[in-house]
Design a protein around this ligand. Structure first.
Ligand SMILES: Nc1ncnc2c1ncn2[C@@H]1O[C@H](COP(=O)(O)OP(=O)(O)O)[C@@H](O)[C@H]1O
Ligand SMILES: [Mg+2]
Length: 271
């Protein structure tokens, strides 16, 4: 395990991205991103659409190979020791990747075998189905699930092996308010148990209320990393709001409401 020794404590590094870059043809999706995640922290990864969040996560979980740089999960290099590295992590992708013909329970039994979890698997699976309110649908085929139910099954799939490091890509998308609350409570619980979470989100409130640190990415470049409070103080408007800093840094200021109203009411054009 990588360690950092600062003046107060020994810190375990669960994830190190070292100068990772990725191009798709002429498009530079991620450029020279370096990041570290410690154990027991929730890291929020914020950026506008197309900023490079999903590409960064796909490189971190070993689904895409970086063009340059390297990914370390714990002590394992994702390129050279992918099996050991992947065993350390759970992943909720932006789109669910499930087998439609399996039932939810079969899917979780299959994963329990794949992860070589200690038997019996039944009680652990039942507990998770209960936490995520899927008990009633456990024996129905996944193809009959609503979007929200598939998302909840994806959450269980990412957590059933109790990984030290969890990647979540827009994870509350498609969840109803009760499930979103359960998910949020779960993340706090995981942090208390020393697990780490890498959370891509568009939702500023979630980042502000849940994350210990956030990184802001735009056009593939990491622009700032810090606590939500610390970053909030960078706001040129003096508002101490993470949302304002986000909009300022990513150059995505929304139009003034008066011009929106103008546009909706005909924009002052001749009738
Ligand atoms: N498989 C791919 N092929 C081509 N371009 C891609 C691919 N994946 C992502 N991109 C491009 O890379 C950039 C970053 O995308 P992405 O990482 O999905 O951003 P985000 O998750 O922040 O919305 C975008 O310009 C996107 O169009
Ligand atoms: Mg994305």
């Amino acid at each position: 395990m990588h360690m950092l020794i600062n003046s107060h404590k020994v810190v375990l590094l669960l994830l190190c991205l070292e100068g990772v870059s990725k191009k798709f043809g002429a498009v530079t999706a991620v450029e020279d991103v370096s990041l570290q995640l410690e154990s027991g922290e929730i890291f929020g990864f914020l950026g506008p659409n197309g900023a490079g969040k999903t590409t960064t996560v796909r490189m971190s979980v070993g689904l895409l190979r970086p063009d340059t740089g390297r990914v370390l999960v714990g002590e394992y290099d994702m390129t050279h020791q992918p099996r050991q590295a992947k065993a350390q992590l759970g992943y909720v992708p932006d789109r669910s990747m499930l087998y439609p013909k399996m039932t939810g329970r079969e899917h979780l039994q299959f994963l329990s075998l794949a992860y070589q979890l200690p038997a019996p698997h039944g009680p652990r699976i039942d507990r998770w189905l209960d936490i995520m309110s899927l008990s009633d649908a456990a024996d129905s085929r996944i193809e009959t699930y609503s979007h929200g139910m598939a998302r909840r099954l994806t959450w269980i799939s990412a957590l059933i092996h109790d990984p030290p490091l969890l990647f979540l890509d827009e994870p509350t998308e498609g969840l109803d308010p009760a499930s979103a609350r359960t998910a949020k409570d779960l993340l706090v619980h995981l942090r208390e148990r020393g697990r780490s979470v890498f959370l891509c989100t568009h939702i500023m409130e979630l980042a502000q209320s849940l994350c210990d640190r956030v990184g802001i990415i735009a056009d593939g470049r990491l622009l700032a990393v810090g606590s939500p409070e610390g970053l909030g103080q960078m706001s040129a408007r003096g508002s101490e709001s993470l949302e304002d800093v986000f909009l300022e840094l990513t150059d995505s200021q929304p139009p003034e409401i008066s011009s929106v109203v103008d546009a909706l009411s005909g924009g002052g054009e001749d009738e």
